[in-house]
Write a protein that binds this ligand. Structure first.
Ligand SMILES: CC(=O)N[C@H]1[C@@H](OP(=O)(O)OP(=O)(O)OC[C@H]2O[C@@H](n3ccc(=O)[nH]c3=O)[C@H](O)[C@@H]2O)O[C@H](CO)[C@@H](O)[C@@H]1O
Ligand SMILES: C=C(OP(=O)(O)O)C(=O)O
Length: 437
C-alpha cells in the first residue's frame, strides 16, 4: 500500500487542468446500458471509482473500446444478465456508490435490476429509499436480502406516473430518470435533484432519443419512448476538483490558473470562496487565483454576525466541498461556522487538523467553528490517514501548507476521485511523493 509523503510550506505556481467530473461520469456510464447502440464518451476521468464502474460494465458484457486519452466507446448489445447473480458482481458492485445507478437502466431495458448495498464514502447514513420508492411508483416490485445486503427490482413493464421525491437525492434522481425514459407514458419527478451532473445526464438521454423537459429545474417531465439510440457525450470539468484547487492555491499562497473550468456550471462555488476573502478572477473560461501574499479575510454577514457556510441541494453549495472550505478557513483572517447539513460523519477529520495546530471547535457532528490563524502560525506536519475522498484531499492541502513533512495513509480514498493527483501537483511545484509503505 502506498502513502503520500508531502513536504509542506512551498509555494506552487502554474496551470492545472480540471479532470472530467467523477459524479457525472458515474451517471453517464450507467446510461450506456439503456441502448444496444454505441455510445462515445469523452473526458472520462481516469480515477479508481470510474475505472471500477467501467470494469463492472465490461463484466456485464458491454463492449468497451479505448478511443484515445479519456475517450471510450461503449456498446451494450449483448448484456450478460447472468453476471448479476455472480459472487464477483456482489463483490465489485459494492465497491463504489455509483454502481447503484445501474439498477434504473437495467430495470427499464431488461425488466430487472440487482445491486449489492453500494459502497462509497463512509460519511454517515446513505439511504437508498428515494431510489426504490421511485422504481415502485413506476410499477416495479422490490426485494431485499438482508443477509447478503442485496437489493432487487423487477417489472414486466414500467408505467409513467407523477412522483414527489422525499428528498432531492442526486443518484436517486438519476436512477429514476433512467428508468422512466423507457416507461410507458409520462412521468413527472418533482423535488428532483438538478446538479450539473443531472443536467448533463438529461442532455445525453435526449441526444439518445429520450424526451425530457424541465432540465435544470426540480420538476422533470419525461415522455417515455420505446427505445434509445447511441450518442456522443462529453463530460464537464469536475467542479469539486476545481474547488479543491482554489482552496489549495489560497492555502499555499500560490498563483494558479485552473484551465477550462466551465464557469457557467460552477453555480455558487466561486462566490463561496470569495466569501472567505479569496480573490478569484475569471479569465475567459479559466480561473486565475493570484498569490495571496497578505492572506485572505473572511467576510461577515451584513449585520456583522459570523459567517456560516452550509451545504444545500443544488443550486446550493455541494456538501462535497465543505471539507476543503473548512481547511482553507484555518489560515484565513476571521472566523466562520461550517455547517454540514447532509452528512453526519463528515467533519470528524477535523481532529487531525486540530493536531496540526488549527483552531477549530467541533460543536456537534454537523457543525464546526473555525478561527483562522491568518498565517501567523503555520500548521505542523503530521502522520494521518485519509478517512474519505474529500477529507483526504483537504488533509493533503493542509499538509502542503504545513511546516515539515507529513505522511498521508489510505490514499486509495483520494485516488477514488482525483486523477494522478501527485503527478499533477508536482507539475506545479508541489513536493509530494507516492511511496510504498
Ligand atoms: C456518486 C455521487 O454522485 N455522489 C454524490 C451524491 O451522493 P448520493 O446521491 O448518494 O447522495 P444523496 O443526494 O442521495 O443524499 C446525500 C445526503 O444528503 C441528504 N439529503 C439529500 C437531499 C436533501 O434534499 N436533503 C438531505 O438531507 C440525504 O439524506 C443523504 O444523507 O450526492 C451527494 C450530495 O450532493 C454527494 O455528497 C455525493 O458526492
Ligand atoms: C461523497 C462522495 O462520493 P461517493 O458518493 O462516491 O462516496 C464525493 O464525491 O465526495
Amino acid at each position: 500500500m502506498s502513502v503520500f509523503k508531502i513536504e509542506g510550506g512551498h509555494q506552487l505556481k502554474g496551470e492545472i487542468q480540471a479532470q472530467g467530473a467523477k459524479n457525472e461520469a458515474l451517471q453517464i456510464l450507467c446510461a450506456v446500458l439503456l441502448t444496444p447502440e454505441k455510445v462515445v464518451i469523452d473526458n472520462i476521468p481516469d480515477i479508481v471509482d470510474v475505472n471500477k464502474l467501467i470494469e463492472l460494465l465490461g463484466k456485464l458484457g458491454v463492449k468497451i473500446e479505448n478511443l484515445g486519452p479519456n475517450k471510450m466507446s461503449f456498446q451494450a448489445d449483448q448484456v450478460d444478465l447472468d453476471y448479476l447473480y455472480s459472487d464477483d458482481f456482489k463483490e465489485l458492485g459494492k465497491a463504489l456508490r455509483g454502481s447503484i445507478m445501474m439498477v434504473g437502466p437495467l430495470l427499464a431495458r431488461f425488466g430487472k435490476g440487482y445491486i449489492p448495498k453500494p459502497g462509497g464514502d463512509k460519511i454517515g447514513r446513505r439511504r437508498l429509499d428515494t431510489h426504490f420508492e421511485g422504481f415502485l411508483k413506476l410499477g416495479a416490485t422490490f426485494r431485499y436480502n438482508k443477509e447478503e445486503y442485496f437489493y432487487g427490482v423487477e417489472a414486466d413493464k414500467l408505467i409513467g406516473t407523477d412522483m414527489l421525491l422525499e428528498e432531492a437525492s442526486v443518484t436517486g434522481t438519476a436512477n429514476i430518470l433512467m428508468a422512466s425514459v423507457l416507461a410507458e407514458g409520462i412521468t413527472t419527478i418533482y423535488n428532483a435533484a438538478c446538479e450539473p451532473y443531472l443536467q448533463q445526464l438529461c442532455k445525453m438521454l435526449n441526444a439518445m432519443g429520450a424526451n425530457i423537459s424541465g432540465i435544470g429545474s426540480n420538476l422533470l417531465t419525461i415522455e417515455g419512448v420505446e427505445q434509445l439510440g447511441g450518442c456522443e457525450h462529453r463530460m464537464l470539468p469536475d467542479m469539486i476538483e476545481i474547488g479543491s484547487w482554489i482552496g489549495l492555491a489560497a492555502m499555499t499562497k500560490s498563483e494558479i490558473t485552473i484551465k477550462n473550468v466551465g464557469w457557467e456550471h460552477l453555480g455558487i462555488i466561486p462566490n463561496t470562496f470569495k466569501r472567505l476573502g479569496i480573490t478569484i478572477e475569471k479569465r475567459g473560461d479559466d480561473i486565475y487565483i493570484p498569490a495571496h501574499k497578505d492572506g485572505y479575510e473572511i467576510q461577515s454577514f451584513i449585520d456583522g454576525s459570523i459567517l456560516t457556510i452550509a451545504d444545500a441541494p443544488w443550486p446550493g453549495l455541494t456538501p462535497d466541498l465543505l471539507s476543503v472550505i473548512l481547511v482553507v478557513a484555518t489560515q484565513a483572517r476571521g472566523e466562520v461556522l461550517i455547517h454540514q447539513k447532509m452528512f453526519e460523519s463528515r467533519l470528524f477529520f477535523v481532529d487531525k487538523l486540530i493536531d496540526m495546530g488549527a483552531k477549530i471547535i467541533l460543536c456537534d457532528p454537523h457543525r464546526a467553528v473555525v478561527i483562522g490563524h491568518d498565517f501567523k502560525s503555520q500548521l505542523k506536519a503530521t502522520h494521518m490517514s485519509s478517512p474519505d475522498i474529500r477529507a483526504g484531499v483537504s488533509l493533503l492541502i493542509a499538509a502542503l501548507s504545513a511546516k515539515g513533512t507529513s505522511v498521508i495513509q489510505n490514499i486509495e480514498q483520494i485516488d477514488r476521485g482525483y486523477e494522478r493527483i501527485d503527478e499533477r501537483l508536482r507539475a506545479i511545484g508541489a513536493h509530494i511523493e507516492r511511496v510504498d509503505a
